[in-house]
Design a protein around this ligand. Structure first.
Ligand SMILES: [Zn+2]
Length: 366
């Protein structure tokens, strides 16, 4: 009797950047009230020499004073779930004739880091983690002494050896210090994980361009950046990296309720981090706006680091032979970790996204 509640979601989760893009564009072309759609070319190509794009869709009137911004693929390979959410959103709009409420628009940014999505990597073509890149590059870059201490350990092939050395560091300095050393952000090692860059990344420049062109600094904003790989399996955590005592946090609690977690208050699966994209948006937001990360858990932090580090070892070793069994094994592991090929996980992703998007749109109306 419940079969009508179950939709075949697998089709929304192809394992390939181009298939995701085709679906997204086809759905955007069907949805009502699409004011503009454009493709921003990525300066680097995919594994087959193929051209890659970030697609940008504006739904609703261009004069709207309230804007919901939905971003996928900030961390390339996390874009498979984000793309499914955006395509499902557009499909729902197309199927029901839904359009944004009065004075409200929806901006969809599909595959902010298309290179990472095509190559199944978190980082971009310059090795930059976009979500560590939003720092002031006119100042000296931040130091992460813990990363320097652990760098060689992180690159160890032997996972047991690596794990025991990391645990030793954790016992000496605490678990949070360990996570900050590894994933908090580092600005010295382009081949290593969580590298924030030496300058603004392509994705950051593109995001700044969109903020200017759509005059988003003059709007009331609900920004949702879609991520995967951290936290309990299938759960969509609403992470708010605004200061706990800020307007942004107050707004996030008003809109999304007590489920909102705060890294700066120690209540999140995520630890405080350097250079988050959030900070670029916080700087242009008014007191009635907020930025949240919707982060879907998969297989836990240990496997997360294992997976990312094997990808970094693969790329640090030199030119990639894309079709080689070793490369394909690592890439399959990346896709599996960041977008489990499991129908239940996929359904949880879509259900939660629908709820969070609805709360954001309701929040913007009050
Ligand atoms: Zn992420």
């Amino acid at each position: 009797m419940f079969s009508s509640l179950v939709t075949p979601h697998n089709a929304l989760f192809p394992r390939d950047y181009h298939a995701c893009r085709e679906q997204f564009v086809a759905s955007a072309n069907r949805a009502p009230k699409i004011l503009s759609r454009r493709a921003e070319a990525c300066p680097a190509s995919g594994p087959q020499g193929d051209t890659l794009f970030t697609d940008v869709v504006w739904l609703g009137s261009d004069g709207a004073s309230k804007v919901l911004v939905l971003i996928s693929g900030t961390h390339g390979c996390e874009g498979f779930a984000g793309s499914a959410i955006q395509t499902a959103f557009l499909n729902q709009a197309a199927d029901t004739g839904w359009h944004p409420p009065t004075d409200t628009a929806v901006l969809l940014v599909h595959a902010l880091n298309p290179w990472g999505m095509a190559w199944s990597r978190r980082c971009d073509q310059d090795g930059i983690d976009l979500n560590r890149n939003f720092i002031d590059f006119d100042q000296p870059v931040p130091a992460n002494p813990g990363y320097l201490t652990l760098r060689d350990t992180l690159m160890l092939e032997d996972s047991l050896d690596r794990e025991s050395q990391l645990q030793h560091y954790g016992r000496l300095h605490g678990q949070t210090a360990l996570e900050i050393a590894v994933s908090g952000g580092q600005y010295s090692d382009p081949s290593g994980p969580f590298f924030g860059g030496f300058r603004k990344s392509h994705g950051r420049l593109l995001m700044e361009k969109l903020i200017n062109e759509f005059t988003l600094g003059e709007k009331q904003l609900a920004v949702i950046d879609l991520h995967t790989g951290l936290g309990p399996y299938g759960y969509g955590e609403i992470i708010c990296d605004h200061d706990p005592h800020s307007d942004g946090t107050r707004v996030a609690h008003n809109w999304y309720g007590d489920a909102v977690t705060l890294p700066l208050a120690g209540t999140s699966s995520s630890v405080p981090k350097l250079g988050l994209m959030d900070y670029g948006w916080h700087a242009i937001m008014d007191a009635s706006s907020c930025f949240v990360t919707l982060e879907y858990g998969t297989y836990g932090t240990g496997p997360l680091f294992d997976t990312i580090l094997s990808d970094h070892r693969l790329h640090a070793a030199g030119e990639i032979d894309w079709s080689s069994p070793r490369c394909q094994a690592v890439k399959q592991q990346m896709r599996r970790h960041f977008c489990p090929p499991d129908r239940q996980w996929q359904e949880m992703v879509l259900w939660r996204a629908r709820q969070v998007i609805r709360l954001a749109l309701e929040g913007l109306q009050h």
